[in-house]
Write a protein that binds this ligand. Structure first.
Ligand SMILES: [Fe+2]
Ligand SMILES: [Fe+2]
Length: 184
């Protein structure tokens, strides 16, 4: 892991720990998931592909076409096999940190968000997301998911359908569907 990645991982774990305490989740689990979420990020694509075979990781067709989405899956396998993390909730949060998940657990949301708002991050809208993270976890996750999708569309990149489902489900949780229906 590069020094910069290590710093990002430590920062993510610290933000995750703080958010976990704020939203009544196990702070140690959040810290571990934050520390390990990018443990496969610096591996070469060829090595990632080898590990997919070695660890028998299920990879859907779309992920084959979006190489950056392999590292969460391989990362969860490494966390399990090499760091002996057996808690499925932690492993799922690692898996879900790039795309989100159709149904996001509290830890999924904490890790997804911490990864995107830790102090080294400087994407457009990050300050608003940091402020929202202090008030409403679902809305903050929605803001970051939306920003991510807007970015992918602006670059004409492929979007994994799980991200759309994650976004729609969180939108539903914050009452967004009601708003849409009224407009229609
Ligand atoms: Fe990542
Ligand atoms: Fe990350």
């Amino acid at each position: 892991m590069s020094e910069e990645r290590l710093e990002h991982s430590v920062n993510t774990s610290k933000v995750a720990r703080r958010l976990a305490i704020k939203y009544n989740y196990n702070a140690d689990k959040a810290e571990i998931a934050g520390l390990l979420h990018d443990c496969a990020k610096d591996l070469d694509y060829e090595i990632l592909k080898k590990m997919v075979l070695e660890y028998n990781i299920k990879v859907d067709k779309i992920i084959h076409r979006i190489p950056r989405l392999l590292h969460p899956l391989v990362g969860a396998a490494i966390a399990g096999k090499e760091f002996n993390i057996q808690d499925p909730v932690i492993l799922k949060a690692i898996k879900a940190h790039s795309t989100g998940a159709v149904q996001m657990s509290l830890l999924d949301k904490i890790i997804y968000l911490s990864d995107k708002i830790e102090p080294l991050r400087d994407m457009a809208g990050v300050e608003e997301a940091r402020e929202m993270a202090e008030k409403d976890l679902n809305r903050a996750v929605l803001m970051v998911l939306d920003r991510g999708l807007i970015y992918l569309i602006s670059k004409s990149f492929l979007i994994h359908p799980v991200s759309i489902k994650a976004r729609n489900n969180i939108l539903n949780k914050v009452g967004g569907f009601g708003k849409c229906l009224k407009i229609v």
